[in-house]
Design a protein around this ligand. Structure first.
Ligand code: DGT
Ligand code: CA
Ligand code: CA
Ligand code: ZN
Length: 589
């Protein structure tokens, strides 16, 4: 079984369906429409309608085109969040590959919305001002204007925000050419599908993808097949290929329309383990293994482990590590950062498994900025095998999400009780994602928080504090007796936002001494990241791995949080939502 299948069947999750290209295209258009509407100061519920429709389409397991063919406009309207008007727009797009309404909006404001939105801090209002005053159409224009010092004098900006824009562009440029793992996942699934249809006997994605690194430079695939010609044809002729750099009988390289390359190698079955090991890397891990083989009088390469001319291992990885006198090392640990020594000494962690989560402690609903009801979220969680979730909508100072106040929290609690009773097969905990104010206090009264089962606290504003101020702010929240979990502790977003400037050691120590759990947020943030997780594990801090789901399909992101946890050497004993409900609840304050 290949890596993707292993990952996906374990938590009973499907990879998102890349085959449903139309779903993605239309979702992307709806997302942009929502932004255009915000720029026009359109009423919030209309903006939300498009946002929710985009979320719903992304999470759809069936192709909208198939749905339409099956039942026309009426069937489209059965999709959650899709009413008559939106169904008609979808129909128009399916029929004509265009959406007039969207094209009109684009004509009025011909800008690279997607590119600009990808720059941290660029909201609809700012993009609009920059276009009107400085004719900023894309990231290039933005950079030039900022460098020329033209932005600081605009209303709503300043020297600081001009500097922040340049910083955000620099982060983007640094990660250029690398793709977040969660984006690569469906692409790899698509390629694996093509190759298995072409008759490949064994397919595995290696490289940084298999090590589950948060971003990948390119995709490396290994295949065993006795029909190399057919495999290579299928590979180079995939719909998503825009250039073929090399095509041979054992190795081909292509450029994909998604902006990254894929390498395919066909190897002998007898060498599969050695090849897999070599092409999984990391390079530093490989170098260290080769040293060990030399020390033991053997030779290791991508074909096998040899004593003289005799292959002593290489058909599978397990045999290879064993022949080198090592315990098997999971791919996520292969960064030459102590895993080889730990393997020798038999002190490797017993990593948390991809099917080890029992619950999810951060879930948003349509009470704030999620797309779906409490009931729909609970059903979706139960479907992927979770036994409990906490509903953690935003709180009042996060006005743009419609954050809940004390009264609404209490009302939501009653609703949760009703739904819990109705469903019966999943425990629904009452929680909140309480906003941490600039000084580290919370925006909800303690009395209201004490009525909740799980209190998560998180920073959503005032990111640019000094290191000392930000560290004290977080520690104050961590030490608050009402706070159980610090959500997305460092504020980073993969490829978009660096962690806040904080003293991470102090934060981890405060979590340890106050018994506060630190979260690994699985959705696009992947916050904390691997090295911070490893620090927390080393200090004995408890963790939880949450989806931060805003729609039912987002639960599938948990596998990325799990991957990050594994890269941070975390075991089941470190992760409280890998535990049964009662045991987990004892860890909360
Ligand atoms: P990426 O693609 O930048 O995210 O990172 P990787 O690790 O996938 O690197 P890539 O695609 O260049 O190569 C795949 C694996 O092949 C790499 O992890 C280790 C192995 N490899 C590539 N070049 C060398 C090399 O020069 N020496 C050794 N020992 N291994 C190599
Ligand atoms: Ca690679
Ligand atoms: Ca490569
Ligand atoms: Zn939210």
């Amino acid at each position: 079984m290949n890596m993707i299948n292993i990952l996906c069947t374990k938590l009973k999750m499907k990879t998102s369906r890349i085959y449903a290209m139309k779903n993605r295209e239309i979702a992307a258009i709806f997302e942009e429409v929502a932004i255009y509407l915000q720029m026009q100061d359109e009423v919030i519920f209309k903006v939300r309608a498009y946002e929710n429709a985009a979320l719903a389409l992304e999470g759809l397991a069936e192709d909208v085109e198939d749905i339409y063919k099956r039942g026309g406009i009426a069937a489209l309207q059965e999709i959650p969040s899709i009413g008559r008007a939106l169904a008609e727009k979808i129909e128009e797009y399916i029929k004509t590959n265009k959406m007039e309404f969207y094209d009109e909006l684009r004509k009025k404001l011909p800008i690279d919305l997607k590119g600009l939105r990808n720059i941290e801090g660029m909201g609809p209002r700012k993009i609009l001002v920059l276009y009107k005053k400085l004719r900023v159409k894309d990231v290039d224009d933005l950079k030039k204007s900022a460098e020329a010092g033209k932005i600081r004098s605009l209303a709503g900006f300043g020297e600081k925000s001009e500097a922040n824009i340049l910083k955000a562009i620099a982060i983007k440029e640094k990660s250029r050419g690398r793709m977040p793992l969660f984006e690569a996942d469906p692409i790899v699934a698509e390629i694996v599908d093509v190759l298995s249809r072409a008759g490949a006997e064994q397919i595995t994605a290696a490289g940084s993808y298999r090590r589950r690194k948060e971003t990948i430079g390119d995709i490396d695939l290994l295949v065993v097949s006795n029909k190399p010609g057919k495999i290579m044809d299928a590979f180079t002729k995939m719909k998503s290929v825009i250039a073929v750099y090399a095509k041979g009988t054992t190795k081909s390289t292509v450029r994909l329309m998604y902006g990254l390359d894929a390498d395919l190698r066909i190897v002998e079955r007898s060498s599969f383990g050695a090849a897999l090991n070599y092409f999984t890397g990391s390079k530093d891990h490989n170098v260290a293994l080769r040293k060990i083989s030399i020390f033991r009088g053997m030779k290791l390469n991508e074909y096998g482990l040899y004593k003289g001319k005799k292959q002593v291992a290489g058909e599978n990885e397990e045999g290879l590590y064993k022949a080198l006198g090592l315990r098997y090392i999971e791919p996520e640990l292969r960064e030459n950062s102590g895993e080889i020594e730990a393997s020798k000494k038999n002190t490797l962690p017993n990593l948390i498994g991809y099917s080890d989560l029992a619950g999810d402690l951060q879930v948003q609903t349509s009470w704030t900025d999620g797309s779906s009801s409490i009931e729909d979220m609970a059903r979706a969680a139960s479907k992927i095998g979770l036994e409990y979730i906490a509903i953690t909508d935003h709180t009042k100072s996060l006005a743009m999400t419609g954050g809940l106040d004390e009264k609404k929290l209490a009302k939501q609690g009653e609703e949760i009780d009703k739904i819990s009773e109705k469903l019966g097969n999943i425990a629904i905990l009452k929680g909140a994602e309480v906003n941490i104010m600039k000084d580290g206090t919370l925006d909800i009264a303690s009395a209201a928080l004490r009525k909740l089962d799980v209190v998560g606290a998180a920073v959503h504003s005032n990111f640019a504090l000094s290191k000392d101020q930000m560290t004290r702010r977080l520690i104050r929240a961590i030490e608050n007796p009402d706070v159980d979990v610090l959500f997305h502790p460092t504020g980073r977003i993969v490829g978009k936002r660096e962690p806040y400037d904080i003293d991470i050691e102090q934060v981890v120590d405060a979590a340890k001494s106050s018994g506060t759990v630190l979260e690994i947020d699985s959705l696009e943030r992947l916050d904390m990241k691997d090295e911070h997780i490893r620090l927390a594990v080393r200090r004995g801090v408890k963790l939880c791995i949450d989806s931060d789901a805003h729609s039912p399909s987002h639960f599938s992101a948990l596998r990325f949080g799990l991957a990050q946890a594994r890269r941070g050497w975390a075991s089941k004993k470190d992760v409280i939502n890998a535990w049964p409900l009662e045991k987990m609840q004892k860890m909360l304050k």
